[in-house]
Every structure is written in C-alpha cells, then in structure tokens.
Design a protein around this ligand. Structure first.
Ligand SMILES: CC(C)(COP(=O)(O)OP(=O)(O)OC[C@H]1O[C@@H](n2cnc3c(N)ncnc32)[C@H](O)[C@@H]1OP(=O)(O)O)[C@@H](O)C(=O)NCCC(=O)NCCS
Length: 145
C-alpha cells in the first residue's frame, strides 16, 4: 500500500464525509469539510492509500495553539498506523506555522483514540463532564506541550 499524507483538497470531501458517516454518530457533512478550505487558520490533512482518501486529521490554529479535531480513519484501514502518521505530519506542519501546543477532546471510553494520542505525546489534563451526546459521555481534555 502506498500511503501519502497531504493537505485536504476539495475532491476529497465526498469520500471523507462517507468515512465520517461510518465512524461517528454525529458526523461532519460535506459542507463542514468544504468550510475548512476557506479558512487559513485551518490545517487539515488527508491520508491517501493507493490514491484513495482513507482518513483525515486536522487542527484549527489560534494564538500558537492547535485545536485538533476530526481524526478518523476508514474502518478497513484501521490498525495500520495511519492515524499516527497523520498526527506526526500535523505536528511537522504545525511547527512550521509556529504552533507550540496542541489540545483535543476525546470520549473517555474511546480507548483506541486515547492510545494513539498518548503515543503521540498527549497527556490527559482534565475532564469535561457530559460533553458528548448520543450517547452522553464525558470528554477527556488532552494536551501536548
Ligand atoms: C481512533 C482512530 C482514528 C485510530 O486510527 P488508526 O489509523 O487505526 O490508528 P493507528 O493504527 O495509528 O493506531 C492504533 C493504535 O491503537 C491501538 N488500539 C486499537 N484498538 C484499541 C483499543 N480498543 N484499546 C486500546 N488500544 C487500541 C492499536 O493497537 C494501535 O496501537 P499500537 O500502534 O501501539 O499497536 C480510528 O480507530 C478511528 O477512526 N476511530 C473512529 C473515529 C474516532 O474515534 N476518532 C477519534 C475521535 S477523538
């Protein structure tokens, strides 16, 4: 498999919206992704496997901090290190923009994602009670400084 990590492009949007729909109860729509392309403070990366978008990860930058969201990999491509590669590339590009710290929220029960974030250097620093809906669940607030 040939894997490429590169910035989000308009032609990725439909495939990513499908991956979202199979992965989240409250998925981002194609329009949500299209909005990202319009803003300079957004940096979204896509993982392409043999020419097909199979995952993404992104951040919104604000005052030297990167708020990471939408880390997702298509079901058939999970467990291959793709999320870790997406995050590593996000940090390289973030550093180039002067981002010094990253934060994210994750469901307390999402063991796979928490494992990926801890491997990438994130540390849990707090909990937002009842942050998520459908189902209601606390969010772990993680930081990488
Ligand atoms: C979380 C997600 C993005 C990870 O993507 P991925 O490409 O499969 O991740 P990677 O292959 O880079 O790494 C997965 C790691 O989690 C581990 N893992 C998998 N399931 C696990 C579980 N239930 N508990 C603990 N660790 C788990 C794997 O062993 C692997 O770790 P390793 O490299 O030390 O062996 C993917 O599972 C996904 O899209 N989930 C649905 C969307 C989601 O929850 N996104 C996060 C929102 S905050």
């Amino acid at each position: 498999m040939e894997l490429t990590i590169r910035p989000l492009r308009e032609e990725d949007i439909e495939a990513l919206a499908r991956i979202e729909a199979e992965s989240f109860r409250m998925p981002w729509s194609a329009r949500d992704f299209a909005d990202l392309l319009r803003h300079d403070y957004c940096l979204y990366l896509v993982a392409e496997a043999d020419g097909v978008p199979v995952g993404c990860a992104g951040m919104r930058e604000s005052f030297g901090e990167g708020n990471i969201d939408n880390v997702v990999v298509a079901r058939d491509y999970r467990g291959l290190g793709i999320a870790q590669k997406l995050l590593a590339e996000l940090f390289v590009r973030g550093r180039e923009r002067g981002v010094e710290a990253y934060t994210l929220e994750v469901r307390v029960g999402n063991a796979a994602a928490i494992h990926v974030y801890e491997k990438a250097g994130f540390v849990a620093e707090g909990v937002r009670p009842g942050f998520y809906e459908r189902p209601r669940e606390d969010a772990l607030i993680m930081w990488k400084r």
